[in-house]
Design a protein around this ligand. Sequence first.
Ligand code: SF4
Length: 172
Amino acid sequence: MDVSNAHLLDDAVVTTTLDAVVTWGREASLWPFVFGTACCAIEFMATAASRYDISRFGAEVLRFSPRHADLLVVAGTVSYKQAPILKQIYDQMPEPKWVVAVGACASTGGFYDNYTTLQGIDEIVPVDVYVAGCPPRPEAILDAVISIQKQLKEEPKFTLRHQEFKSKLDNV
Ligand code: SF4
């Protein structure tokens, strides 16, 4: 190479840090696993469809295999009977992974204050973002995706997340 023309590379080479590249990739390619059990799942379907178009935020690659997903979206009422299934799905997702509780039922049990309903999925899995509403509008679900993107920008890149979390099913 003619060293006198070395400055020509100025427009052809980009330098950055590994952290910046990894964060950029994660931020722009969240792959959701939707654990949809009730009406809030319909809101998520609207969020993913053309009017709200979750692909604008890079999260349109829905996966129904936990090993392919890094964003667990729990949308709907979760019964105690379903709780171990939810926990197993969470455990099978590779790190790093994030969890969104969509709506009152997933966040708190909602108005199902009874003997069958889990009173919030955070008894079973660690939740990063809670979305209020019964049901929340698609804009609120998109806001949760943006919030996860902001969180992951600020997190250390290669550490296990949620190590401190203790699930009620851990000792069962
Ligand atoms: S929060 Fe409301 S809309 Fe969502 S699953 Fe529960 S009852 Fe249905």
